[in-house]
Design a protein around this ligand. Structure first.
Ligand code: MG
Length: 460
């Protein structure tokens, strides 16, 4: 059981649960895990605490005998691409809290060739950290320190090589790009110019306080961008999260495109080019992805929630595409991790090759209604409650990779316990609002009855 690593690295609040002591220890543990004499790449997003944590992590890794190459400020996928191009490196770390508010920061460790670490690897790093059994190199065996600020250009070239850049340049698309004052500021604007876009940029300078908007590209946080789009009317607007491994979109009619719909568009296009194949997505992904993929001859495989789980499954199944409904898409021909610039370039590619406007592509997708529900459940009752729910639902449960999922001809529903709050979450989706409402109402009753079972002990 991991205590520090969450679904995407270690996160915490600066001055509280995250600081240089932790970064130093994790650096030593990661360096020991990777092995003395190996090289490690370290990068960061523009948070104010980034340099402090990066230096502490690097010191720990060097004390364990690893040579550190500091890539400075860059997107998470650019660090991963740097490692992909350098298979002799032992791995790397990016200091980022992704979409979290500015008071947070985090440490995301990645393995060789930029691949996501398995949960077993993270457990091993934690074991070394908590036991303090890290390697302490002698005076003449401490690791070296070098900088390389040239990681951005090969990364941008790598992304552009995956799309029909010539056709996109000819189309001269009007693009409004929102970098969130985050890690995309030095890569995405240049890439869009290389693609011949008529580019306007907002929140385009790096600032770890995220003064323009909060770094999560949700519809709520992008209200001002949506309003701007309705005045300026670009062909497409692109919004990154803080570390630029995600991209969300606003269409030419100034409408926010839900993440599941942009995932469906990118997935269907990739499957169409590959003439079939498997797309991997978490269990809570909308049916719009499954239907769009099936229409092009592909199939969706569902995993537990968490992008490292999705990418691991993609590698196991040789999937052609994968991702999550939060704007995180994985293009394995490029690399096996979420990549915001790749998603953005991929979407421009789809729009140009289709000859349609993004709004037409969005409108052609099947539409589904989704409802969410939170039901309070004390931490200690969660396991018993889930057993009782499963007992009550019986054969209706068809997928158990993460929580309990019911799928039928009308739609689906998922019941999961929260990893961070004392609640059980219910999500349901189907074609009509009334059917979804019905589904949620019935599952609410089932969960409440099951909580009663668990409290009285009858679920054992
Ligand atoms: Mg992110």
């Amino acid at each position: 059981m991991r205590q520090l690593f969450g679904t995407n690295g270690i996160r915490g609040i600066i001055g509280d649960s995250m600081g240089p002591e932790l970064a130093l220890g994790i650096g030593s543990a990661f360096g020991t895990f990777v092995g003395r004499g190996k090289r490690i790449a370290v990068g960061r997003d523009p948070r104010h605490s980034g340099e402090m944590l990066s230096q502490a992590f690097s010191s720990g890794a060097r004390a364990a005998g690893c040579d550190v190459v500091d890539l400075g400020f860059l997107p998470t996928p650019a660090l991963q691409y740097y490692l992909k191009l350098r298979p002799t490196f032992g791995g790397g770390a990016i200091i980022t809290a992704s979409h979290n508010p500015p008071k947070f920061n985090g440490i995301k460790c990645v393995g060789r060739e930029g691949l996501e670490l398995s949960s077993e690897a993270e457990e091993e790093i934690e074991r070394i950290y908590f036991s303090k059994k890290w390697h302490s190199a002698a005076w003449d065996a401490c690791g070296s320190y070098a900088t390389d600020e040239g990681a951005g250009a090969p990364y941008v070239d790598g992304v552009l090589s995956q799309v029909d850049a010539e056709a996109i340049v000819k189309a001269k698309l009007g693009v409004l790009l929102d970098c969130a004052n985050g890690a995309a500021c030095h890569t995405s604007p240049g890439a869009m110019r290389m693609l011949g876009c008529r580019l306007s940029t907002i929140n385009g300078h790096p600032d770890g306080a995220f003064p323009g908007r909060m770094p999560e590209p949700t519809e709520e946080n992008l209200k001002e961008l949506v309003a701007l789009c309705r005045r300026v009317r670009p062909d497409i607007a692109i919004a990154h999260d803080g570390d630029a491994d995600r991209a969300t979109f606003i269409d030419d009619r100034g409408r926010y495109v839900p993440g599941d719909e942009s995932l469906a568009i990118l997935a269907a296009d990739t499957v169409s080019k590959a003439r079939g194949g498997i797309v991997v997505a978490p269990v809570d992904t909308s049916l719009v992805v499954q239907e769009a993929v099936a229409a092009k001859g592909g199939k969706v495989d569902y995993t537990a929630i968490g992008s490292p789980i999705v990418t691991k499954r993609m590698r196991d199944l040789c999937a052609v595409f994968g991702g999550e409904g939060n704007g995180g898409a994985v293009f394995p021909k490029h690399q096996f991790c979420r990549d915001g610039l790749m998603s953005a370039a991929g979407m421009l590619d789809v729009v140009v090759r289709s000859g349609q406007r993004l709004s037409d592509i969005v409108d052609a997708l099947p539409k589904f209604e989704r409802r969410k529900l939170r039901i309070e459940c004390p931490e200690k009752m969660k396991a018993g409650a889930m057993r009782a729910i499963e007992k009550r639902l019986g054969d209706a449960v068809t997928i158990k990779v993460d929580g309990l999922k019911i799928v039928d001809g009308e739609g689906w529903a998922l019941i999961r316990t929260s990893g961070t709050e004392p609640i059980i979450r219910v999500v349901a989706e189907s074609r009509s609002a009334s059917s979804t409402e019905e589904r949620v109402k019935s599952l609410r009753a089932t969960v409440l009855e099951a909580l009663g079972d668990a409290a009285s002990g009858s679920a054992r």
